[in-house]
Write a protein that binds this ligand. Sequence first.
Ligand SMILES: Nc1ncnc2c1ncn2[C@@H]1O[C@H](COP(=O)(O)OP(=O)(O)O)[C@@H](O)[C@H]1O
Ligand SMILES: [Mg+2]
Length: 193
Amino acid sequence: MNKPEIRRAIRQRRNQLTRRQRQQAARQLLHTLRQAPHFQYASRIALYLTNDAEIDTAILLRDLQRRGRQIFLPVLHPLKKGHLSFLPYQRHTTMVKNRFGISEPSFRHTKATPTRFLGLICMPLVAFDGTGNRLGMGGGFYDRTLMFMRKSGHKPALIGLAYELQKWDELPAEPWDIRLNGIATERTLYRFG
Ligand SMILES: Nc1ncnc2c1ncn2[C@@H]1O[C@H](COP(=O)(O)OP(=O)(O)O)[C@@H](O)[C@H]1O
Ligand SMILES: [Mg+2]
């Protein structure tokens, strides 16, 4: 199957989860992530607000805030087309809707942090496989934004968040596709090289 077909199949699967299953998985995801050293100790952590039936991140957000971590959310880059930028997020942060209808911190009120200064980026995905390949919604935003990681230097750890049912045997990987260091699901933490 090609990328669009896999996206369709998995999103269909994900849409069939009941409310109860979603709530339970979201709670279990926190337990899984606690096994990841970066989740426990990184001081700057990028998360995302749940969209399109993705696994709920609200519980993680509260946990990290309680533990005094600095949270960042992705924002469509105002100048670099197809790139993301990461803005700090707190309870009082002014939010605006981007062109996809997703809430993001307002660029007018806060300053972005260079992506390389983040300790951990938790990212959404449509599908993952057993070697750390990630299939997104098809915009390639994270791929472009994280291209700098191919060079040496300080790099954030990359962990995808997903339901176990988003696992796919072998995803088609293209040259620009970024590989993840781990995937956290309601069942387990997958770690890749
Ligand atoms: N680093 C990059 N430079 C230029 N174009 C890119 C880059 N990464 C991704 N793209 C473009 O973004 C599009 C979507 O990428 P894809 O990997 O299919 O999406 P996703 O990662 O969201 O699943 C591709 O058609 C590709 O041409
Ligand atoms: Mg990709």
